[in-house]
Design a protein around this ligand. Sequence first.
Ligand SMILES: [Cu+2]
Length: 105
Amino acid sequence: MTPRWIFPAAAALMLATSVSAHAATIQITMENLVISPAEVSAKVVDTIEWINKDIFAHTATARNGDWDVTIPPKKTITSVLKKAGTVEYYCRFHPNMKATLTIAP
Ligand SMILES: [Cu+2]
């Protein structure tokens, strides 16, 4: 006889696989006042993990106003990309920190 738990486990596995085929998680690190990688390609529905390794807060502020994420010191913030385009962004506290995110539809 087949154990009852196999069916929900298989269903959960299939669900996880189909989700990951469409959306990726991309990590962008802020460390020593540098955003890396400085140029990232992503697509709509991807998740960005903003990782701040510094001991002060940073922001990822889109120049076109699409988003403005504040990342507290030593924290990781996730956000989901909703709009396509090539977005230049910077840190409001440290304007020398600049990078580009290219988001495909
Ligand atoms: Cu900063």
